[in-house]
Design a protein around this ligand. Structure first.
Ligand code: SF4
Length: 74
């Protein structure tokens, strides 16, 4: 199982992830991005989503200037 982890507090709202990976990322009403279907991990405060395939989240991670998108492969 692979996990996409989003440290939303670090997001600067640049929009890069939504262009790189619109299937998973969209801009929220507060101007920061949202990981579609992501759930908040109450322990860490991060948003997390389990995925079968990382897909374009890899490009989103690599292109995020705030380094707040992470992919964990287990
Ligand atoms: S690329 Fe990073 S900083 Fe930019 S909107 Fe997406 S998560 Fe936020």
């Amino acid at each position: 199982m692979k996990k996409v982890i989003f440290e939303r507090e670090k997001c600067i709202g640049c929009g890069s992830c939504t262009f790189a990976c619109p299937d998973y990322w969209e801009m929220g009403e507060d101007g920061m991005s949202n990981l579609k279907g992501g759930k908040k991990n109450e322990e860490t405060g991060n948003i997390e989503l389990d995925v079968e395939e990382v897909g374009c989240n890899k490009e989103a991670e690599e292109g995020c200037p705030a380094l707040c998108i992470h992919i964990k492969e287990e």
